[in-house]
Design a binder for this molecule. Structure first.
Ligand SMILES: Nc1nc2c(ncn2[C@@H]2O[C@H](COP(=O)(O)O)[C@@H](O)[C@H]2O)c(=O)[nH]1
Ligand code: MN
Length: 405
């Protein structure tokens, strides 16, 4: 067996003819060489027939982020552990003029303490009521967030859709420990890592069934986070858009794997996140997405990895203090000093350029630019502890191994 390359687990000796790669970004966009190498590896995976790469493309642990991949086989490794991760945008029935940022910070800090009934929510979503109930309505670590936003600018195509007097919530989260558990099981199954899964095999069907559960759970999670945040702000949240970016979708000619690419259909409204100290955008997907495998960017994408950021930002106390505020008077809630640095705005590409590239490729039309007012980020979490006893995890394992009970 050959060497493993690019973190993809693809043996270098299985050199299949690489699939066509559609580059949906301009020369102005920063793309790391390592990401392009990983992209080439993806195109050579068994069963892969077409790949689209978006301007937020950057290297990842198991392959690049910012891609859509059409394949006749299922490749769980392309999706990774945060199955169903996505961005959801909500409008709050709270006027911007009433906002006191310091007060909102205190309220949003209590987001995860707000009362919810996870069992009832799971039942209403046709999910088992014991499926990671304690994790529901929680943001998770890393670059997941819950952010209070206001409209900075509306574009002609977005006129009437966004209210400059209102507040909005952008929630980025996924399937938490549930997705990590499903992916962890897959990593134990080495052949899936290298060759992917036959969708008709028992293992393929099993992963797909668990994947679908994770996608539903993750969407519910974002909704409950928004409900909690809205309740902490004494307000109600109305869903504007819920767009997952780590999942598989069916097509007549195979399976489209979205890894860090928003899964859209023409006409859909989708958020494209920037950073906590730069603008995020809302776009409408155009017919051109038929040619990009139904994918567009969901964020700006990383420019610098976490380790590199420690030499670039927050090098002294005043720099670190400055990282807690932004140009719109916005504030960051984050108790993890490392995360404050690793997630600083310069860690990310320019979301404005990302949107411009997508518009130039006739994939989207811009609707609005949104400014960050309060961003809530949670401390980084370690890798999932797969040995700890957890009743709902064990039930999930039983389901995975023996089918539905
Ligand atoms: N508005 C904000 N956007 C943010 C923040 N932190 C990160 N980001 C953007 O989200 C995506 C998430 O990428 P993923 O690969 O983890 O799904 C990232 O590309 C950034 O552009 C934030 O605090 N606020
Ligand atoms: Mn994500």
């Amino acid at each position: 067996m050959g060497n493993f390359i690019g973190g993809l687990g693809l043996p270098s000796s299985c050199a299949a003819p690489a699939a066509h790669i559609q580059h949906c970004f301009s020369p102005q966009t920063w793309i790391e060489g390592a990401a392009l190498q990983q992209l080439g590896n993806v195109a050579a995976l068994p069963g892969v027939t077409s790949v689209a790469a978006f301007p937020d493309l950057h290297p990842g642990k198991y392959g690049p982020t910012g891609i859509a991949v059409l394949s006749e086989r299922l490749h769980p490794q392309l999706i990774g552990n945060d199955i169903g991760c996505g961005m959801s945008l909500f409008e709050l029935d709270l006027p911007l003029r009433k906002l006191r940022i310091d007060k909102a910070v205190e309220c949003l800090r209590r987001t995860e303490a707000e009362d919810i009934d996870p069992h009832a929510a799971l039942a209403a979503s046709d999910l088992p009521t014991d499926l990671y109930p304690d994790a529901l309505g929680t943001i998770g670590g890393g670059n997941h967030f819950c952010e209070l936003q206001a409209v900075d600018q509306t574009d002609a195509a977005g006129e009437g859709l966004f209210d400059r007097q209102k507040l909005y919530l952008l929630v980025h989260s996924g399937s938490r420990g549930l997705g990590a558990f499903v992916f962890g099981q897959m990593l134990d199954f080495q052949s899936a890592v290298t060759a992917g899964l036959d969708p008709e095999s028992a293992a393929g069907k099993d992963w797909r069934r668990q994947h679908d559960i994770c996608v539903t759970w993750a969407s519910l999670n974002r909704r409950l986070i928004a409900e909690r945040a809205a309740s902490a702000l004494r307000s109600e949240a109305r869903l504007v858009a819920d767009v997952p970016h780590n999942l598989v979708r069916d097509r007549a000619d195979g399976f489209v794997h979205h890894k860090g690419s928003a899964a859209v259909r023409a006409g859909d409204v989708a958020p494209i996140a920037g950073s906590r100290a730069s603008l995020s955008y809302v776009v409408r997907a155009l017919n051109g997405t038929g040619l990009s495998l139904g994918g567009i960017s969901h964020g700006a994408g990383r420019k610098y990895d976490r380790a590199t950021m420690h030499g670039r930002a927050g090098r002294n106390r005043s720099e670190r203090d400055a990282l807690l505020r932004n140009a719109w008077g916005g504030q960051l809630i984050c108790d993890d000093r490392n995360l404050v640095i690793e997630e600083a705005a310069p860690a990310y590409k320019d979301a404005g350029q990302v949107v411009q590239d997508l518009a130039d490729a006739a994939l989207v039309v811009r609707l609005a630019a949104m400014k960050p007012l309060v961003t809530y980020k949670k401390a980084m979490e370690g890798p999932p502890d797969r040995t700890r006893k957890n009743p709902s995890r064990e039930r999930m394992a039983r389901r995975a191994n023996h089918g539905r009970d």
